[in-house]
Design a binder for this molecule. Structure first.
Ligand code: MGP
Ligand code: SAH
Length: 257
């Protein structure tokens, strides 16, 4: 190869790289343009929501402010030791379902909104875990009595980003029904329940949920941080609680993650 042709090959390579960077910037700007200003702060955190965001992750408005940050979803999956079959009762964009499946659990993922299920399916394909997840479009409250699983994971709607306006988020504020009803319905699937809840949730009320079962379930409550910022609170019941295997009596344990 002559010196001139080597130089021309190098120039072509540099040009290709520049074009690739420009195309990536253009698609980033386009996706940013379709997001409402209220959701921009979530878009700025997109890689902490989905590390593979650039590979074609799909989100809708509710998805942007509701999806579980990836780091926390990985942790939830690691804590699902009673797993086998995990029922993700409010699957949304698939943030949690993806990480349960990535750890080898079989996931039954429920969402009432068919468009969200379409997006979640797309997202699970990006992570290569779609074969481990059965999606159901439907109402968790109606489906639960027909389902069995080893773990039920609940990240229900909290009433939108305005959830933080109340100092003490009581369980009656959860959607589509209050937290006590959600918990009782989830118990028809399994007593091993994990709930992802607002950081301002009334922790005493959450602990009291364990008394809805006889004998009372073990319970553990944990704070979930991303880069030092508190994002939510996770309650573990039954065998998913830290004390679940070792202790028979009900206990509460608060720790940080
Ligand atoms: P946030 O408080 O709205 O965002 O949600 P952030 O970045 O902490 O904003 P700040 O300005 O208040 O600091 C924090 C996390 O809570 C989100 O990333 C979601 O994982 C979760 N989350 C928020 N909402 C409103 C919901 C919801 O309705 N349902 C569920 N399941 N999770 C939610
Ligand atoms: N953990 C999810 C986010 C869940 S947001 C993630 O990481 O992507 C809560 C979801 O509950 C929304 O997608 C909403 O469509 C769904 N939902 C609301 N009511 C429901 C019901 N009755 N049954 C099942 N899903 C419901």
């Amino acid at each position: 190869m002559t010196r001139a042709s080597r130089r021309s090959k190098k120039r072509t390579q540099i040009l290709k790289r520049k074009l690739k960077i420009r195309a990536k910037r253009r698609s980033t700007n386009e996706s940013q343009a379709t997001i409402s200003p209220k959701l921009k702060k979530y878009w700025l955190q997109r890689y902490s929501l989905f590390s593979r965001y650039d590979e074609g992750i799909k989100m809708d408005d509710e998805g942007w402010f509701s999806v579980t940050p990836e780091e926390i979803a990985v942790h939830h999956a690691q804590r699902s030791v009673a797993g086998g079959v995990v029922v993700d009762c409010f699957a949304g964009m698939g943030g949690n379902s993806i990480q349960f499946a990535a750890l080898g659990y079989h996931v039954v993922a429920i969402d009432i909104d068919p468009k969200k299920v379409e997006m979640a399916l797309n997202n699970t394909k990006i992570y290569g875990v779609d074969n481990y997840i059965d999606f159901i479009v439907g109402d968790f409250l109606q489906l639960a009595p027909c389902l069995k699983g080893n773990v039920a994971f609940l990240s229900p709607p909290w009433g939108g980003p305005s959830y933080k306006k109340t100092e003490n988020f009581t369980l009656d504020l959860l959607k589509p029904v209050d937290g006590h009803t959600l918990f009782q319905v989830a118990q028809t699937i399994t007593p091993n329940i994990i709930m992802f809840l607002p950081r301002n949730v009334d922790v005493c009320q959450v602990e009291e949920l364990s008394w809805l079962s006889s004998p009372p379930l073990n319970v553990e409550i944990e704070e979930n941080y991303v880069r030092g910022f508190l994002k939510g609170i996770t309650a573990y019941f039954g065998k998913t609680a830290y004390w679940g295997v070792a202790q028979e009596t009900s206990s509460a344990h608060i720790c940080e993650f």
